[in-house]
Every structure is written in C-alpha cells, then in structure tokens.
Ligand binder design. Structure first.
Ligand code: C2E
Ligand code: MG
Ligand code: MG
Length: 284
C-alpha cells in the first residue's frame, strides 16, 4: 500500500511539475508578445528627504498592462523574465523609458530629482549594459548623475570578482549606484567597502516592525550608522506609518520611500506630487 501511494505521489508530482513548466512556457510566450506590443509601463515611487520633506528621487517600477488581465505586477513576471533571459530586452526597455522620462522631466523643471532603475543580476552580467547606458545618456542628453542603478545585495555579491569591476565601470560613467534590499543578502562588510556605491536601501522587511521588534529597530539603526561611516546615502524602503518615519528620523536616516508618502504613481501624476513636495512640509 505504501508503495502504491508512493507511486501516486510520484505521478502527482510529475503532473504538478508539468503544469508548472507549461505555465512558465505560457508566461514566456506572453512576455515575448508583450515586449513586441509594448505593453509595459513604468510607475514612479517618490523618495523623500526626511529633514526637508522634499522629493529628491523616484524609483521606476515596471508594470505590465495586459489587455485582458489588467495590471500585472513584477512579482508575477520578473522571475520568469530572469530565467528565460527576456530580462535583457525588458531591462533595456525599462532603461530606455526611464532615460526618456528623465530628459522630458528635466525640461519641465524636475532636474534635481534622480530616477532609480532596478538592474537584475543577468543584466549586470551582460556586456551590452555598458554600451547601452552610454548610448542612452548620449541620445537623451541626460546628466549621468540623474540615473541611479539599483542592484540587490545578492546580485552584487554573486561572484564579486566579476561584479565589482563591472560596478566600478558603471560608476565611472557618473551614474549613481545603490544596493537594493540591503540586509537580506549575505554581503560581508569587507566587500561592501570595495563596492563603488552611492547609497544603501534598507529592505522594507526591517522597517515593517521597527516599532515593535527591537531586533529590527537595532538593524535599522546599525544600517543608518554604517551608511554614515561609509559616507553613503541611505533610503529606508516600505515606510508606511508616521511612527516608522519618526524612528528613522531620530536615528538620522536621510530619506524614505513608501506608502506613507505615496504608492508608485503613473507618469502623469508625478508633476502634481512634486509640486506639493517642494516646500519644507515635514520639517518641524
Ligand atoms: P524593489 O526594487 O525592492 O521595489 C520596492 C517594492 O516595494 C515595489 O514593489 C514597491 O511598490 C513596494 N513598496 C513600496 N513602498 C511600499 C510600502 O510602503 N509597503 C509595501 N508593502 N510595499 C511597498 P513592486 O513594484 O511590486 O516591485 C517588486 C520588485 O520587482 C522590486 O522590488 C524589484 O525587485 C522588481 N522590479 C520592479 N521593477 C523592475 C524592473 O524594471 N527591473 C527589474 N529587474 N526588477 C524590477
Ligand atoms: Mg528597487
Ligand atoms: Mg527593495
């Protein structure tokens, strides 16, 4: 009996696996079509300087506006895009769109607000990234410092002998470089010192329970101190409440991003948000 149920289990697993593989294949095909039909769009989440309340940056976050499914969020497709290498053309589209937008907004007076773009591990490994960035900076005539590339801690630390020189090459072009989801990977402090960074982004999992979990509060405080000692900027991600913001402010955190200030916004809503966040509304 054990044997037959074992067999059934095996059959069950293979069917489930086949289903998953089919789903992935489908997703891959849908993604290919979406690239051709240009169904992607970028939303922008404001980053606020805590001391002044000013909007100092935005993170570009990709969305897939599918004609039937509606808005699809990155957790549903970035993994498949990475596994199938479609992240290369998708990432190229994202960078191009972000640079076009930087140039357009700069002409409209938004010229002090940097745009951050997420770069996946595969993109960081692709040779084409360097010439693409040169080409986009030249075509859209943007100041390289207006563009920030976000690389997760795990992507930066995966094969550091290869990624460190690549990150240096990018940094030498004048673009800003941030470590995303900081604290969730396994970076050793000695590598962190070697990376040519401009900012750290504290992962939102540490911010979430900052008021109730002393360990999370300590991790945030230590990361803020670490960034200061290393001379790096710092953004706290996932700030949802005033109490979280106040704790971060008291610890000396520079800037914050999260639903407390704004969800990621479509392009058309950014100018209005910016207009409301030019004054020192949070300074007390
Ligand atoms: P991420 O880079 O860490 O981006 C932050 C995510 O947290 C975004 O989710 C954002 O909407 C969400 N978020 C912001 N504030 C809050 C908050 O206060 N509370 C909560 N609960 N969430 C908040 P989103 O847009 O779904 O993106 C998820 C992830 O997908 C991103 O995490 C990033 O790793 C990836 N991603 C997004 N766009 C791109 C892209 O263009 N290229 C690549 N390679 N990855 C991308
Ligand atoms: Mg990010
Ligand atoms: Mg993040």
């Amino acid at each position: 009996e054990a044997k037959s149920s074992g067999k059934n289990n095996f059959k069950f697993f293979t069917e489930k696996m086949r289903e998953e593989i089919n789903e992935r294949l489908h997703m891959e095909n849908h993604l290919r079509q979406a690239l051709l039909r240009e169904e992607f769009e970028l939303h922008y989440q404001p980053q606020i300087e805590i001391a002044s309340g000013r909007m100092i940056g935005m993170e570009a976050l990709v969305r897939w506006n599918h004609p039937e499914w509606g808005m699809v969020y990155p957790d549903k497709f970035i993994r498949v895009a990475e596994d199938t290498n479609l992240i290369i053309p998708l990432g190229e589209w994202v960078l191009k769109e972000a640079c076009r937008q930087i140039s357009q907004w700069s002409q409209q007076g938004l010229d002090q607000v940097c745009i951050s773009v997420n770069i996946s591990a595969r993109q960081l490994k692709s040779r084409h990234l360097f010439s693409l960035i040169d080409e986009l900076i030249a075509t859209y005539n943007i100041k390289p410092g207006m563009l920030e590339l976000e690389i997760t801690e795990s992507a930066a630390m995966d094969d550091p002998e290869q990624t460190i020189p690549r990150m240096k090459k990018l940094r030498n072009k004048g673009v800003a470089l941030a470590i995303d989801d900081f604290g969730t990977g396994y970076s050793s402090l000695s590598y962190l010192k070697l990376l040519p960074l401009t900012r750290l982004k504290i992962d939102r999992s540490f911010v979430k329970d900052i008021e109730t979990d002393p360990n999370d509060a300590a991790i945030c405080a230590a990361t803020i101190a670490l960034a200061r000692i290393l001379g790096l900027g710092l953004v706290a991600e996932g700030v949802e409440t005033e109490a979280q913001l106040e704790y971060l402010r008291a610890q000396g955190c520079d800037s914050a991003q999260g639903y407390y200030f704004s969800r990621p916004l479509p392009e058309k809503d950014i100018m209005a948000f910016f207009a409301c966040h030019q004054q020192e509304i949070l300074a007390s």
